[in-house]
Design a protein around this ligand. Structure first.
Ligand SMILES: Cc1cc2nc3c(=O)[nH]c(=O)nc-3n(C[C@H](O)[C@H](O)[C@H](O)COP(=O)(O)OP(=O)(O)OC[C@H]3O[C@@H](n4cnc5c(N)ncnc54)[C@H](O)[C@@H]3O)c2cc1C
Length: 599
């Protein structure tokens, strides 16, 4: 397994030109977040990721986590020290409210930071992601007491957070949750039930674990609207804030998984004794609504995890392709072997990886910046528009980046040939680790359904229409940019026409739920690929303009243009082929009866 180097130059380009970091630094409270400061911070975080976290990736994968008979769970050797270093350096605090000890940076900076840590060690990043989610949840919905008790320690990372949703009979369908919360005279609740697949549900990295648990208060009617959310700490804090009594929550077992082996995935039992003490978050019966605050941000971060895995897989594949000598490339001197990077087919794989990664980074960071604008833009109208955009983009970032990130990690193995399939090289780990990102935080099928059922009709369909218009507007700039951009312009026009055709079809199918559901996955892929193509085309235009003006490193800027044009001219066209799958409706999917699926 090769080392990791944070892709700071592309991050800088995206922050300046896609995110508009200078505009964000103009918003109240973010004045210190100017591009120079942000890049210095990310450079330091990149060093931390490379030197402290990345070396534990493969050893952690091999060793995995161990559950002891007393229910405690040990993470692999080195993780406790690395996590302590993370807490001491204050990396967890970066995007949070200074009132609770946060660094007060825009959220997109935290997203870039998470990307580096996910590249370095996807398994460890699960813990960081979930703690961020718990902080978001308590910031948005916790009362003053919960915020004062938990936020400072979660923000420093002294304590970590979990998200306890899934149960044996409640996975995608959280309405089936059975965990019970019994109200107590002192205003607390006693929690009884079993949660499965809980990431970092038990571990040795932090002194306390703050579980956010979905549970049902007795007599609440069935369905998701009647689920409530509770803070259930492993240790109930004492009045003075110190660790108090051990709560009635036990790790019963941990899973043996395909990947992220250093992330303990726990079965947690709440209330084997008197009941686990829980504290209600916000109001009763609002748990699902609140949990979506946490899930939306977590979903974006899962897309970023896949981006991180893809970036690491690319760096390793690129290193290998420059070392491995095999065959003779066309035009190579006779009698001499060539590095495989000289073969067109290997170059195709590498460029597919590189351009996909850059597209993912642009989509994810733009999504995060929309969240930042929705919170801090001084104009309420702009805040509302940004909120709509973030709502639209989040399932795209989750659904598309995780699919593409997994494909990229798979290509990373292919570049290695046979040794890619051998664990020692580490190439396979990126694929095994990345594979979970399409499943957790709502499977990609559920993201796609959310996209067609809730996001497409947002504000009477105008949010989607505005986005289509925004993408179409780049056409004039591409036309003006000259012959180098002609093919990209043509491909983007065709892709947009295909997306518009599919969108019109979906609008006309609004009364046929099964047709909408059947179209969901290919439509999300089409929508996201076109959006990514548009972001890449804009990047290419900006890089070309900078190069023409003699601003910046010309080789780097040329790399941005060529990579973006490759995406638009060679990967984007595939998206058009998704239209028939979108517009076929559900009928072909049910043309075979269940028994015939065995024939
Ligand atoms: C390593 C790991 C870590 C996890 N961490 C956590 C965690 O920290 N906290 C937590 O609460 N959960 C966690 N999970 C659980 C995870 O979120 C669920 O596995 C996921 O939401 C899917 O639920 P399920 O496994 O029950 O699959 P199911 O819901 O049974 O789905 C099976 C398949 O059917 C599809 N499907 C289901 N319903 C529909 C529908 N209505 N329409 C179309 N397709 C449908 C799904 O897309 C999927 O392809 C984790 C899981 C794993 C494996």
């Amino acid at each position: 397994m090769t080392g990791y180097r944070a892709p700071l130059r592309d991050m800088d380009f995206v922050l300046r030109h896609v995110v508009g970091i200078e505009e964000l630094a103009g918003f109240e409270g973010w004045e210190h977040a100017d591009p120079g400061v942000v890049m210095d911070l990310l450079a330091e975080a990149g060093r931390f990721a490379s030197d402290i976290v990345a070396p534990l990736n493969q050893t952690g994968d091999i060793a995995g986590c161990v559950r002891h008979d007393d229910g405690s769970v040990a993470t692999p050797a080195g993780f406790v020290a690395a996590y302590r270093a993370y807490v001491e350096a204050g990396w967890g605090t970066v995007p949070f409210d200074p009132a609770y000890g946060g660094g007060g940076f825009p959220w997109v900076v935290g997203v870039a930071l998470l990307e580096t840590l996910a590249s370095a060690n996807l398994a460890l990043s699960v813990c960081l992601l979930l703690t961020q989610g718990a902080i978001d949840m308590l910031e948005a919905h916790g009362d003053d007491h919960l915020r004062a008790t938990y936020l400072p320690k979660l923000i420093t990372g002294e304590w970590t957070g979990t998200m306890c949703l899934t149960e044996p009979d409640a996975g995608s369908d959280l309405g089936a949750i059975r965990t019970r919360a019994i109200p107590q005279p002192d205003g607390t609740y006693k929690i009884f039930g079993t949660k499965i697949f809980i990431s970092f549900g038990e571990h040795d990295l932090a002194s306390n674990i703050v579980h956010l648990v979905l549970a049902r208060i007795p007599d609440a009617p069935a369905g998701t609207r009647d689920i409530s959310c509770f803070v259930v700490p492993k240790y109930v804090p004492a009045q003075d804030g110190s660790l108090g009594t051990r709560n009635d929550v036990t790790c019963v077992s941990i899973e043996h998984k395909v990947g992220i082996n250093a992330s303990p995935t726990c079965v947690l039992s709440f209330g084997d004794g008197d009941g686990a003490t829980g504290f209600l978050v916000g109001d009763e019966h609002q748990g699902m609504r609140y949990m979506f605050t946490m899930m939306n941000q977590a979903r974006l971060l899962v897309g970023v995890q896949a981006l991180g895995a893809a970036e690491r897989a690319y760096q390793q594949a690129l290193t290998y392709a420059g070392d491995r000598v095999q065959g003779r490339a066309v035009n190579a001197p006779p009698g001499q072997g060539s590095m495989i990077v000289e073969h067109p087919d290997v170059r195709r794989m590498l460029l597919t990886m590189k351009s996909s990664i850059e597209a993912m980074r642009r989509l994810a960071y733009w999504n995060a910046a929309a969240i930042d604008r929705s919170r801090r833009h001084p104009d309420p109208g702009a805040r509302e528009q940004a909120d709509d955009l973030a709502t639209l983009l989040t399932p795209l970032t989750k659904g598309w980046c995780t699919e593409v990130g997994t494909d990229v990690a798979s290509l990373g193995i292919q570049v290695h040939g046979g040794v890619g399939y051998v664990e020692e090289t580490g190439a396979a780990q990126y694929l095994r680790d990345a594979r979970i990102t399409s499943i957790y935080e709502g499977t990609n099928g559920i993201q796609a359904i959310d996209f067609v059922i809730r996001k497409l009709p947002l504000r009477g369909g105008t949010v989607v229409k505005d986005h289509l218009a925004r993408m179409a507007a780049v056409d004039d700039d591409l036309a003006a940019a000259g012959v180098r951009f002609e093919r990209t312009r043509a491909e983007l026009r065709s892709a947009l026409a295909a997306l518009t055709e599919a969108t019109v079809w979906l609008e006309s199918a609004a009364g046929s739920p099964n047709d909408l559901l059947a179209a969901a996955t290919p439509y999300l892929r089409l929508f996201a690929t076109v959006t990514a193509g548009w972001l890449m085309a804009r990047s290419a235009l900006i890089a070309q303009a900078e190069a023409d003006a003699g601003a910046g490193d010309s080789a780097f800027l040329d790399s941005k243009v060529v990579t973006a044009l490759f995406f638009c001219e060679q990967l984007l066209p595939v998206a058009r082929g998704l239209v028939p799958a979108v517009t076929a409706g559900a009928e072909p999917l049910f043309a075979l009866g269940n028994a015939q699926l065995w024939d």
